[in-house]
Design a protein around this ligand. Sequence first.
Ligand code: B12
Length: 247
Amino acid sequence: MICAPIAQLAEQQTLNLQVQGSIPCGRTIFLNRRKKMADFQGIAEALIKGQAPEVKELIQQAVSENSSPEDILTKGLIAGMSVVGKRFKNNEIYVPEVLISARAMHAGMDILKPLLMDLGVKPKGVVAIGTVKGDLHDIGKNLVMMMIEGAGFNVIDLGVDVPPEKYVQAANDGAQIIGMSALLTTTMPAMKKAIEALNDAGIRSSVKIMVGGAPLTDSFADEIGADGYAPDAASASELAAELIASL
Ligand code: B12
């Protein structure tokens, strides 16, 4: 006599079983209990497509299945965001798509942040970014922020039209990397002034400085004494990882 098909039993116990068959009554069987796998790839794919509600739902599901928030962050959100960064760098997608993916990432982070904090998971580093004094362009800066956040850093937005003192304050408050953005040739010199202010405050050597913005070049970054320049958001997150490793 057949008591229950194995597939049905597996479903009742939320097990992932490859086997098929039936259990004869009165027989004890030992099922290979395997925990239901969280859909990290699904989270990454939903993020790449910019589907914020799906990202939230899949993360909530993964959390309820006891996946570690760190795994959800690295194997889901960060994995997805790194694909977005690469596609943006290769001109396969453009600013609007990146912004939509970033929104999905933020939706996911809203769920994960408190859990990560409870676990005491440390971010890769603290990065404070602002557009320099006199400059109001922030689209590029925001993209850089999102990509760096997506790479696992704690990112502080200093806003636009940022005076040198504010960068100094951010460094005093614990930022390990200071990021500066400038889109106008007329505001590029403000980066040098901010670096001088960090020097004058005696904290230049305790932070790394990265700069970016359409009119900038590597040689300009060298000239003003920055530690690095990146031409786009994906390279900026790679640069942040390099700089933090060199601190
Ligand atoms: C959008 C825009 C505006 C918007 C800004 C809105 C906003 N919230 O940002 C508004 C209308 C406000 C504006 C105003 C002005 N603008 Co404007 N603007 C632009 C425009 C069209 C796009 C800039 C942009 O967002 N690009 C898209 C982003 C994704 O690229 P991105 O900023 O370069 O950022 C990427 C990289 O550079 C890098 N990056 C950026 N920041 C950082 C930081 C770090 C740390 C790192 C590592 C990397 C990094 O990564 C980013 C992502 O990949 C450009 C023209 C252009 N096509 O670039 C003109 C442009 C920048 N503007 C220009 C000018 C002249 C002005 C005004 C002076 C116009 C005026 N007469 O009023 C004002 C200045 C206002 C001010 N004080 O800042 C000129 C600058 C010329 C020059 N060489 O100096 C440009 C080039 C237009 C032109 N061809 O003349 N502008």
